[in-house]
Design a protein around this ligand. Structure first.
Ligand SMILES: [Zn+2]
Length: 848
C-alpha cells in the first residue's frame, strides 16, 4: 500500500487526484523498504505508459501488468469496462451493486499488489452476454466509448493492450465488446470532434499502438498457433526482480488471489514465461512493444537536467541510508518545478514527492475517532507525524479538505521523535454523504448514472476527508496529502484501518428488499431505524401507493446515542388482484426527511465499504394458489430461494446431515436442491439414494441448475440426463409451452405468457441438451438466432413421485419478486399433491 500525495498547483489538482488513484485510496500509510525506495527512484526516470483493457474484474493479465509496472517501470493501468456486478459471489451474500463494490476493491488490492492503476467505465455488468451485439443493446455504447476515451485522454497511454479479440473467440459478449470499444477509442481519443465536452478537462491523445494479448487459447490448437507465432511480439515476463524478491509470476499470483469473491486464488510461477501480443492498430512494432516510443526525460523539453539528478540519486543510493539521496532529490524537484506545465511534469512531481517521503521514512497519518460522522457534527482527529532521518523537516501547517483555513503548527520534526496532535473539528453542514459515486442516482440495467465528468473512470470516491501537510524539507516546501482514516486495534487481526465516511444523521433500513403477498392477508414490515449521531428523535412512516395501507401511520423513535437502533413494525394490507409496487420508508427529524439505509460490507481482504441505499422495497400482491406446505431445502452454492418461499407461506426446512434419510424426508411435500448443489455439496453422493427413494415413494424432488463440470456423482437423475452449456440469456426471450395440458402448467395456477413477463437478467442456464424418454420437456425458449432450448424444465415420473430438473433462473427471479416465477415455482412444488402425477405416453425425446 502507498500513501497519497497531491500537488499544490490548483490547475492540476484534479488531474493529480486522478493520477494518484492507487495511492489516494489505500487506507494504511505505506511502509516502504529500502529496496522499494530504489525501485521507485528508478521509475522516476521512466516516462512511458501502458493501458490494459478488458471487461471485468479478473479478466486482466496480472503477470503482464506486474511486469510492465515493476520491470519496465511504466505507468501501467487496467481499464475494466465493468465492476463485475453481474457475477457470482463465493464469499458472501452480496450480489449486483454490493458485489460490484467488493470486486472494485479486490481490483484495487490487486493493483496495490502488482503496481498498476485502476479505471472503470459507467457500464454495468448485467450478466452473461453471448455476443457484443446483445451487449450493445443493453450498454449505451456511445457512453461507454466516451468513458474509455476519457480515461485514455487522462492517462495518456503510449501503448494499449486488450485482453480479448473483438470477435466470438472472446467467449463473452462483454469481452468482445471491450476489444471493439478499445479499437474505436484508440482513434476517437485523438479526434477533437469526438466527445469535445471532455476537452475542458483533458487534451486529445493518440496512443502509438494497440495490441491484443493473445495466447494458444485463442488459436484452438498448438499447430494453429505455431502458424502465426512468428507474427506475434513475444515478451518473457518470467523475470525475477531481486529488489522485490519475487518473479512477476509470483507477484501476479498474489494479485490474482485478491479476486477472492471469484475464487481465483492462484499459485506463483517461476522461470521463463512468454506472453504474446498481436498487432491490432497504430504503428507496427517488429521486435519491442515500445519500439519508437521515447520513454526518457528527453520527451519533455528541459527534462535532461531532471534525468541527470535522478540518475545521480540512483547511482549514489545506499539501501542502508536511503535519506542520503534527499539533497539530490530536492535538487531534482527544483529542476522539475521549473519545467513548463504538462502531463509528465505532473506525474513525476507526484512520484518524486512519494520517493522523498519514502527516503526520509516520513510517516504521516490522520485518524478520526470513529469511522463515520454526520455533517454539522464534531470529529476528533489525531495527527501523527514522524521523520525518521537526519534531514531537517518542519511541519508548518495542516489543511483539512472540508475546512476553510489552515491549522498553523510550525513544528520541527527531529529525527525519530514522534509529533502527535489532536483536535476536534466540526464537519460543515453541506458535506456530501459517502455514497459511492456511481450509485448516487438510479441508472439503467446497462449503465450507471454519473453526472460529474471528472468522476468518470475513477475506481471509487475521493476520500470523504483529506489532510494536506505543508512541510519544509531542507529549504524546499513539500505538500503531502493523506486521507482521514479510522483505525482500531482488533484483538485478533491487530491494526485494522478503514475509510472514514460521512453519513446522514439517521438511517432507515428495510429488512427485506421484496415483500410478497400471496393472499389478502396483511404482512408485517419491519423498519430498523438507526442513528448516525447522538440524540436523534423523530418518526418513521411507510410511503405506499394507492390501494395499499399501513398501520400505524407512523412510529416515533428516540435514539439517545450514535449507533442506537430501534425497530418499527408496520402492518401492511395489500390491494385486491395482482399488483407490483414500491414501498418506501421515511424518517422525519426536525422537519427533514431521510430515506437512506446503512449497508456495511466487511471482509478482511478489502477495506470496509459503506453504501447508503434508498430504503425502498418491491411489494408484490400475487394471485397465487399452492398445494403442499412443507418444503425441505438442500443449500447448494448459496441462493435466497428459502426466504422467498417463506415469504409466500411455505414452511421451509434447511436440511442437515441427519435429515437425509427416507423416514425424515417423507414429511416434506417437496425437496428442493439449491443451485449447483451437485457441484458443491460433496455429501450428495451419499444422500442420493435416499432422495431417489423419496421420489419413488411419492415425493417431489426439484433439482435446480448444475454445471457438468465437477459433479459429485456421475448420474444426478434417475434416468439419463446430459447437462450442457446451453443458456437463454435474453430475459424476455419468448417462452413456449410445449405441454400446455401438463399439470405443472395448470395446477393450481394456470400458467400463461403473462407469467413470463418481467423476468430479470436471463431465462436460464446450463440446460440439459439430451435426456431419455422418461422425461417430458415442458417449456422451450432460446436466444435470438439460436435453436430452441427445450431442456430448461424436464419432468419425469419416477415410482409414485416426480423428478424435476430445471435450469430456469429461479434463484434470480424469486428474490427479485417476479410474480410469474412464483406462480410456476408453486406449481412445481404442488406437483402430485392433490392430482395424480402425469404419466402420459407422449414423450419428448432429447434432441441434438
Ligand atoms: Zn470476464
Amino acid at each position: 500500500m502507498r500513501k497519497n500525495t497531491s500537488l499544490c498547483s490548483g490547475l492540476s489538482f484534479l488531474l493529480a487526484l486522478f493520477l494518484a488513484v492507487p495511492a489516494v485510496w489505500a487506507q494504511a500509510p505505506a511502509k516502504p523498504s529500502a529496496a522499494k525506495v530504489l525501485q521507485d527512484l528508478k521509475k522516476l526516470n521512466v516516462l512511458g505508459s501502458v493501458l490494459y483493457v478488458a471487461a471485468h474484474p479478473d479478466d486482466e493479465n496480472t503477470r503482464l501488468i506486474a511486469y510492465f509496472a515493476n520491470e519496465k517501470l511504466y505507468n501501467t493501468g487496467y481499464l475494466a469496462v465493468t465492476r463485475g456486478d453481474g457475477g457470482q459471489n463465493l464469499i458472501g451474500p452480496e450480489i449486483r451493486e454490493g458485489l460490484g463494490l467488493i470486486r472494485t476493491q479486490e481490483l484495487l488490492q490487486a493493483r496495490r499488489t502488482d503496481g498498476g492503476k485502476q479505471f472503470f467505465t459507467r457500464a454495468n455488468d448485467f450478466g452473461f452476454s453471448k455476443n457484443p451485439e446483445e451487449t450493445f443493446t443493453i450498454w449505451d455504447k456511445e457512453q461507454v466509448l466516451s468513458d474509455m476515451v476519457y480515461v485514455i485522454r487522462k492517462f495518456r497511454p503510449d501503448v494499449m493492450v486488450t485482453r480479448f479479440p473483438p470477435d466470438a473467440r472472446a467467449g463473452h459478449g462483454h469481452h468482445s465488446a471491450s476489444a471493439i470499444l478499445a479499437e474505436e477509442a484508440f482513434d476517437a481519443a485523438a479526434d477533437p470532434k469526438r466527445f469535445p465536452e471532455q476537452l475542458k478537462f483533458v487534451d486529445v491523445w493518440q496512443p502509438k499502438r494497440l495490441l491484443w494479448n493473445t495466447g494458444i487459447w485463442s488459436f484452438g490448437s498448438q499447430a494453429e498457433f505455431d502458424k502465426y507465432v512468428n507474427e506475434l511480439l513475444k515478451i518473457d515476463v518470467g523475470v525475477y526482480n531481486p529488489l522485490l524478491g519475487k518473479s512477476y509470476g509470483e507477484i501476479a499470483a498474489e494479485s490474482r488471489s485478491m479476486h477472492k469473491s471469484q475464487g481465483f486464488g492462484s499459485s506463483g510461477s517461476r522461470g521463463t514465461a512468454l506472453e504474446y501480443l498481436k498487432y491490432t492498430k497504430g504503428d507496427k512494432a517488429s521486435k519491442e512493444l515500445f519500439e519508437g516510443i521515447n520513454t526518457t526525460w528527453s520527451r519533455v523539453k528541459g527534462g535532461e537536467r531532471v534525468e541527470k539528478l535522478i540518475q545521480k540519486a540512483i547511482d549514489t543510493y545506499s539501501p542502508a541510508a536511503p535519506a542520503t539521496v534527499v539533497p539530490t532529490l530536492i535538487a531534482a524537484k527544483k529542476e522539475l518545478d521549473k519545467l513548463p506545465e504538462g502531463y509528465w511534469k505532473r506525474v513525476k512531481q507526484e512520484e518524486l514527492q512519494d520517493v522523498l517521503q519514502e527516503a526520509m521514512g516520513l510517516y504521516i497519518e490522520v485518524t478520526a475517532n470513529d469511522y463515520a460522522a454526520t455533517p454539522g457534527q464534531p470529529v476528533t482527529l489525531k495527527v501523527e507525524a514522524i521523520n525518521r532521518s537526519a534531514v531537517p523537516v518542519s511541519l508548518q501547517s495542516i489543511r483539512y479538505s472540508f475546512a476553510s483555513s489552515d491549522t498553523t503548527l510550525n513544528k520541527q520534526l527531529p529525527n525519530n521523535k514522534p509529533f502527535t496532535y489532536s483536535a476536534t473539528v466540526t464537519l460543515p453542514q453541506g458535506m456530501p454523504y459517502s455514497q459511492p459515486y456511481w450509485l448516487r442516482k438510479a441508472g439503467t440495467v446497462g449503465m450507471f448514472a454519473v453526472e460529474n465528468q471528472q468522476e468518470v473512470g475513477m475506481p471509487e470516491n475521493a476520500p470523504a476527508a483529506q489532510a494536506t501537510f505543508t512541510l519544509q524539507v531542507s529549504d524546499q516546501p513539500l505538500q503531502l496529502s493523506v486521507p482521514v482514516v479510522y483505525k482500531r486495534t482488533d484483538p485478533v487481526e491487530g491494526e485494522v484501518y478503514r475509510p472514514f465516511v460521512v453519513t446522514p444523521p439517521v438511517f432507515v433500513n428495510l429488512l427485506e428488499s421484496v415483500y410478497m403477498f400471496a393472499s389478502q392477508e396483511p404482512k408485517q414490515v419491519q423498519v430498523l431505524v438507526k442513528s448516525g449521531k447522538d440524540n436523534v428523535t423523530g418518526n418513521v412512516q411507510l410511503q405506499l401507493p394507492q390501494g395499499w395501507r399501513a398501520e400505524p401511520a407512523s412510529v416515533p423513535f428516540d435514539l439517545k446515542t450514535k449507533g442506537a437502533e430501534q425497530p418499527a413494525t408496520f402492518t401492511v394490507y395489500p390491494p385486491q388482484g395482482q399488483q407490483e409496487a414500491v414501498l418506501k420508508a421515511v424518517a422525519s427529524v426536525s422537519g427533514k426527511n431521510y430515506t437512506q439505509g446503512l449497508h456495511v460490507i466487511n471482509y478482511s481482504h478489502i477495506p470496509a465499504q459503506v453504501t447508503l441505499p434508498e430504503a425502498t422495497a418491491k411489494i408484490v400482491k400475487l394471485e397465487l394458489q399452492k398445494n403442499g406446505q412443507n418444503v425441505g431445502y438442500v443449500m447448494g452454492a448459496g441462493d435466497e430461494i428459502p426466504i422467498s418461499l417463506q415469504q409466500i407461506g411455505y414452511n421451509v426446512t434447511l436440511l442437515k446431515e441427519e435429515d437425509m434419510r427416507l423416514s425424515r424426508l417423507q414429511q416434506f411435500d417437496a425437496i428442493i436442491l439449491g443451485v449447483r448443489a451437485y457441484n458443491t455439496v460433496d455429501r450428495l453422493r451419499f444422500y442420493q439414494p435416499a432422495l431417489l427413494d423419496y421420489v419413488k415413494n411419492g415425493g417431489n424432488l426439484i433439482v435446480q441448475y448444475n454445471t457438468n463440470h465437477n459433479l459429485v456423482l456421475p448420474n444426478i437423475a434417475p434416468y439419463p440426463l446430459q447437462l450442457s452449456r446451453d443458456r437463454v440469456t435474453v430475459e424476455d426471450a419468448d417462452v413456449r409451452l410445449l405441454q400446455p395440458n401438463h399439470p405443472v402448467l395448470n395446477t393450481p395456477n394456470k400458467i400463461t405468457a403473462k407469467d413470463f413477463e418481467g423476468w430479470v437478467q436471463e431465462r436460464g442456464l446450463y440446460f440439459p441438451n439430451e435426456w431419455s424418454n422418461e422425461y417430458q420437456a415442458i417449456l422451450s425458449s432460446n436466444d435470438p438466432g439460436e435453436p430452441a432450448r427445450e431442456g430448461g424444465l424436464l419432468i419425469a415420473p419416477y415410482g409414485k413421485g416426480n423428478y424435476i430438473y430445471t435450469g430456469y433462473s429461479w434463484f434470480r427471479e424469486l428474490p427479485a419478486g417476479v410474480p410469474g416465477a412464483y406462480r410456476l415455482f408453486a406449481n412445481l412444488i404442488s406437483l402430485g399433491q392433490h392430482t395424480a402425477p402425469a404419466a402420459t405416453s407422449s414423450k419428448n425425446s432429447g434432441q441434438k
